[in-house]
Design a protein around this ligand. Structure first.
Ligand code: TMP
Length: 212
């Protein structure tokens, strides 16, 4: 039985999740809360290997179905070996992406069956659901500008999924919005077009109502 709190962050590329996730961790720790920060795909040795395959394998790039199954395998390992034990120990777990990303990217983005993905997500997570999800919603032009500046600051190129094209990214944004509309209890949509401080203020206002 879970005693901790499970918080996830979702959104398209360049939405600024990673910055906010670190800020939330620091804020919770300053209140004496034990926090486990993880990311998806990733967070275990196996799941980080899968992350590398999914993001960078260009020569034999995973087909859409293989890509879906790889994300699910990474998730099953992370939930079983990391997230559930941490929650059971009373920790707050923050995950940079979780199962909503699969519905948005592989369902709405790649066009794979939403019903199948939903059932497969439940199987992979053993029915674990986040207690609260922050969906960082950002206009496509703002997202593109952020990605360009990140690429030049870190001297890295866009990965296979980041390069998937404007229509793909528009579809997955619609997917995230549809998910949020269908579950307003759990998913809080945050306008992420502002500066990191502005976005953090929106998140911390919500947090006050959630933290026990
Ligand atoms: P990121 O954590 O740096 O955003 O990279 C993860 C990438 O994988 C990102 O492009 C979103 C994508 N993704 C999916 O397509 N499906 C998923 O289920 C997850 C967790 C991520």
């Amino acid at each position: 039985m879970s005693k901790g709190l499970f918080i996830t962050f979702e959104g398209g590329e360049g939405c600024g999740k990673s910055t906010q996730v670190k800020r939330l961790k620091a804020e919770l720790e300053s209140r004496g809360i034990e926090v486990l920060l993880t990311r998806e795909p990733g967070g275990t040795i196996l799941s980080e290997e899968i992350r590398r395959l999914i993001k960078d394998q260009e020569e034999d790039a995973p087909c859409d179905r293989a890509e879906l199954l790889l994300f699910l395998a990474a998730r099953a390992q992370l939930v079983r070996n990391v997230i559930r034990p941490a929650l059971a120990a009373g920790k707050y777990v923050i995950s940079d992406r979780f199962s909503d990303s699969t519905i948005a990217y592989q369902g709405y983005g790649r066009g794979l069956s939403l019903d199948f993905i939903s059932a497969a997500n439940d199987f992979a997570c053993e029915d674990l659901k986040p207690d609260i999800t922050f969906l960082l919603d950002v206009d496509p032009e703002v997202a593109r500008a952020r990605m360009r500046s990140r690429e030049s600051a870190t001297h890295t190129a866009a990965d296979r999924i980041e390069k998937a094209g404007e229509e793909f990214h528009a579809r997955l944004r619609e997917g995230f919005r549809a998910l949020a509309a269908a579950d307003r209890e759990r998913i809080v949509t945050i306008d992420a077009n502002g500066s990191p401080d502005e976005v953090w203020n929106l998140i911390s206002n919500i947090l006050r109502k959630v933290i026990r």
